[in-house]
Write a protein that binds this ligand. Structure first.
Ligand code: AMP
Ligand code: MG
Length: 331
C-alpha cells in the first residue's frame, strides 16, 4: 500500500507526517511561538516555516526509516489558513513532487483533522465537533459532504482562549496554560452565555472575561471562561445529537486536548446514548499526519493534480468540499 507524505503549514505549525496503510510511521512538527502576549504574525510564522521545513522533512523521513524516493504520494494542506504560511507548505510539496516525480494531492486542512480522528478513534459515522484555532463547527457527513449543524457566529473557541490568554500576557497558543490555571480557580464569575439555535457566539464573553480579570483574578476567570464557553458548546452539541440522532460523537482539533471539555461532552453523550470519541491529545493540534490521512483516502479514489492546479486557498469552507471516498463512512 502507498506511503503518503503529508505537509501541514496553515498557521503556527510546519509539520510532516508519513502514513502507510493505517499506521503513522512518523509525525514531526515545529511550532512558531510569537512573543508572549502577542498573536501570530503571518510573515514571521512563514519565515519560521521556511527555516524549519527542511529539517522537519529530513527528521520525519529518518524517523520513519525511509528515503524520499520511497514516498508514493504527497499531500499538502491547501487551505484554509494564512496565505504566507500556506505557500511554504505548498512550495515544499510542489518542489518535491516535480523533482522526484511524486503524485500530488491538495487537502482541506480541517478535513484532515476529521479523517485522522476517524483513523485513530475508529468512529465510523460520528457527529463531529471540530474545535481549533481556525474552526468551531459541529458537523455530520451526508450525501458526499460534511454538513454544518452548528458553528460560531464570530470568533472560534481557540481564538477565545488564545485572545483571553494573551490579555493575561501568556504565550500563544494559550489553551493548555488556561486549562492549568483554571484548576486553581475555585469561584465562578458570572459571564455572558450566548447560544443561538445551534450556533454560539464568543466575542461578548471574551470582552467580559477581559474586564473581569482585574477584580476576580486570572485563575477564577480562566475557570469561569472554560465553564461558560464549554457549557455553550455542550448545549449546541446536545441539540445536534438530538436532531441528527447520531450514535457516535467525536471531538477533534487543538482544543480537543482539554480534559474539562472532554469530560463535559462525555457526560452529554452518555445522556444521549452516543459513544464518545476524542482524538488522542498528541494528534489534536495541527500536524502532517492529519494531511496524510486525508491524502491516503483521496489517493484511494482520485488521481493527483497537475502542478499548475496545486493551489492554496486562504478562505475555504469545509462544507463546500465534495468527498467521494465515502466507503468507510455512512453517506
Ligand atoms: P489547532 O489550530 O488545531 O492546532 O489548535 C490550536 C488551538 O488549540 C489553540 O487555540 C490552542 O490554544 C488550543 N489548545 C491547545 N491545547 C489546549 C488545551 N489543553 N485546552 C484548550 N485549548 C487548547
Ligand atoms: Mg487546525
Amino acid at each position: 500500500m502507498a506511503l503518503m507524505l503529508g505537509i501541514e503549514s496553515t498557521a503556527h505549525t510546519i509539520s510532516c507526517g508519513l502514513i502507510r496503510d493505517d499506521a503513522i510511521l512518523a509525525d514531526v512538527r515545529s511550532i512558531y511561538r510569537p512573543p508572549d502576549g502577542e498573536g501570530i504574525h503571518p510573515r514571521e510564522a512563514s519565515r519560521h516555516h521556511v527555516a524549519e521545513g527542511p529539517r522537519v522533512l529530513s527528521e520525519c523521513l529518518a524517523k520513519a526509516g525511509v528515503g524520499i524516493s520511497d514516498v508514493d504520494a504527497i499531500s499538502y494542506a491547501a487551505g484554509p489558513g494564512l496565505g504566507p504560511c500556506l505557500r511554504v507548505g505548498a512550495v515544499m510539496a510542489r518542489a518535491l513532487s516535480t523533482h522526484y516525480s511524486i503524485p500530488l494531492y491538495p487537502v482541506h486542512h480541517a478535513i484532515g483533522h476529521i479523517d485522522l480522528g476517524r483513523l485513530l478513534t475508529g468512529a465510523a459515522d460520528p457527529l463531529v465537533l471540530l474545535v481549533s484555532g481556525g474552526h468551531t463547527m459541529i458537523l455530520a457527513f451526508l450525501d458526499g459532504q460534511w454538513r454544518v449543524f452548528g458553528e460560531t457566529l464570530d470568533i472560534t473557541l481557540g481564538q477565545l482562549l488564545d485572545q483571553f490568554g494573551r490579555s493575561l500576557g501568556l504565550a500563544s497558543p494559550c489553551g493548555g496554560e488556561i486549562e492549568r490555571m483554571a484548576l486553581s480557580g475555585t469561584s465562578y464569575v458570572e459571564l455572558p452565555y450566548t447560544v443561538r439555535g445551534n450556533d454560539v457566539s464568543f466575542s461578548g464573553l471574551l470582552s467580559a472575561a477581559k474586564s473581569a480579570t482585574a477584580a476576580s483574578g486570572g485563575p477564577a476567570v480562566c475557570h469561569s471562561l472554560q465553564e461558560t464557553s464549554f457549557a455553550m458548546i455542550c448545549e449546541a452539541v446536545e441539540r445536534a445529537l438530538s436532531l441528527t440522532g447520531k450514535k457516535e460523537f467525536m471531538i477533534v482539533g487543538g482544543v480537543a486536548a482539554n480534559r474539562r471539555l472532554s469530560h463535559m461532552l462525555e457526560e452529554a453523550c452518555r445522556i444521549h446514548g452516543s459513544s464518545f470519541h476524542a482524538v488522542p491529545p498528541k494528534y489534536a493540534g495541527d500536524c502532517g499526519a492529519q494531511i496524510a490521512a486525508t491524502g491516503i483516502l483521496e489517493a484511494s479514489v482520485n488521481g493527483p493534480v497537475q502542478i499548475c492546479d496545486a493551489f492554496v486557498r486562504q478562505a475555504w469552507r469545509l462544507d463546500s468540499v465534495r468527498i467521494n471516498y465515502s466507503s468507510s463512512m455512512a453517506s
